[in-house]
Write a protein that binds this ligand. Structure first.
Ligand code: ZN
Length: 356
């Protein structure tokens, strides 16, 4: 392929030279990657900072630090402009604004053939298994990019690039529709708040859980009807009262919030579903299975989103879907401060770095 003259030989990037605190992130100059066959080169405009993919990996912690080869570039979901394409790229052209879904499936196995990419045995993550987007340019497989509609900012699109699709899968599995009650424990996190926003956009009635009192108003502004502290002794009774005695039709839990699971038999309506998506720590919990089976309740898991969820999410964006972006603005070279903000839990919505 030929690289147009406008693409420089070198770029600014934020490098992870070794594991440690936020201060280990170092601004440096690296060669601009050349897109291989089937890849596109994206000029990065906005890149997300996430707890599991960025903070834990930077610190050398599970679940992904073992997969990283140092020195490394973090940066998973991002938004930018395609500036060059490798051989065999037909679906996307230079000049298009795209969002990059960072969970890369093999595209060749039986699960991928059926569109069940979350079951692919060869899943890789951008910014973990391959160099990420804490940089001015990033080369990614064409299958990872989706066109971003007009009318949405780079930062807002960035907040949706991964979390929008995962929230979409979770709500599909939860099978909630307009008028149904949904409980989202850990709603104050970036993914949790995206689930709340998407559910509200669809007319679902949301009870949000958080242990941070200052996030209550934010969640109410987002459209949650009620915000509860799930560690409160009265939590289950409050859910039952709010739903007229029936309990919620579904729960989408991104952290395995133990009190919710302990009281699931009460909290969940007859025939309801709890969706477990992300299990922090050991995630061994107590369950009253007798109460659950007597009320025909189900436990489902969501590992990540499918290609179909990515496509469906951008369609919902056209009809007005937006998810929260943290108000603090960071540039690529202030990645250290962005990591500190997310680590201190002062953020609400996706923490995003903008790249000049
Ligand atoms: Zn596969």
């Amino acid at each position: 392929m030929t690289i147009p003259v406008t693409i420089p030989a070198e770029m600014t990037a934020v490098v992870l030279p070794g594991f440690g605190g936020p201060e280990v992130l170092t601004t440096g100059r690296l060669p601009v990657p050349e897109p291989q066959a089937g890849e596109v080169l994206v000029r990065v405009r906005a890149v997300s900072v996430g707890r599991t993919l960025d903070l834990a990996t930077r610190a050398g912690r599970r679940p992904f630090a073992n997969a990283v080869r140092l020195p490394h570039l973090l940066g998973a979901d991002h938004v930018g402009e395609v500036v060059a394409v490798g051989a065999e790229v037909r679906e996307v052209s230079p000049g298009e604004r795209v969002a990059v879904f960072p969970v890369l499936s093999c595209g060749r196995c039986a699960a991928c053939d059926q569109g069940l990419q979350e079951r692919c045995g060869g899943l890789e993550l951008l910014g973990v298994h391959r160099p990420g987007a804490y940089a001015q340019f990033c080369a990614v497989p064409q299958s990872a990019v989706a066109r971003v509609p007009e009318g949405i900012s780079d930062r807002q699109a960035c907040a949706l690039a991964l979390n929008g699709a995962v929230a979409h899968r979770q709500l599909e599995v939860a099978d909630v529709g307009a008028g149904d009650w949904l409980l989202v424990p850990a709603a104050g996190g970036a993914l949790g708040s995206a689930v709340v926003a998407m559910a509200v956009h669809r007319g679902v009635r949301v009870i949000a859980g958080t242990r941070r009192p200052w996030k209550h108003d934010r969640l109410l502004q987002l459209g949650a009807e009620l915000v509860l502290d799930t560690s409160d002794a009265e939590f289950a009774a409050q859910v039952v009262a709010a739903t007229g005695g029936a309990g919620v039709y579904a729960v989408v839990d991104n952290v395995v919030d133990a009190p919710v699971w302990r009281d699931l038999g009460q909290v969940l309506a007859t025939g309801g579903t709890v969706v477990c998506s992300g299990a922090l720590d050991d995630a061994r919990i107590e369950l009253d299975l007798r109460a659950m089976y007597l009320r025909s309740q189900s436990i489902r898991t969501v590992r990540t989103a499918r290609t179909a969820d990515v496509e469906a999410t951008w369609k919902e964006v056209v009809t007005g879907l937006r998810v929260p972006v943290d108000e603090a603005r960071f540039t690529l070279t202030s990645a250290v401060e962005a990591h500190r903000r997310l680590e201190s839990d002062d953020s609400f919505g996706r923490v995003v770095l903008t790249v000049e």
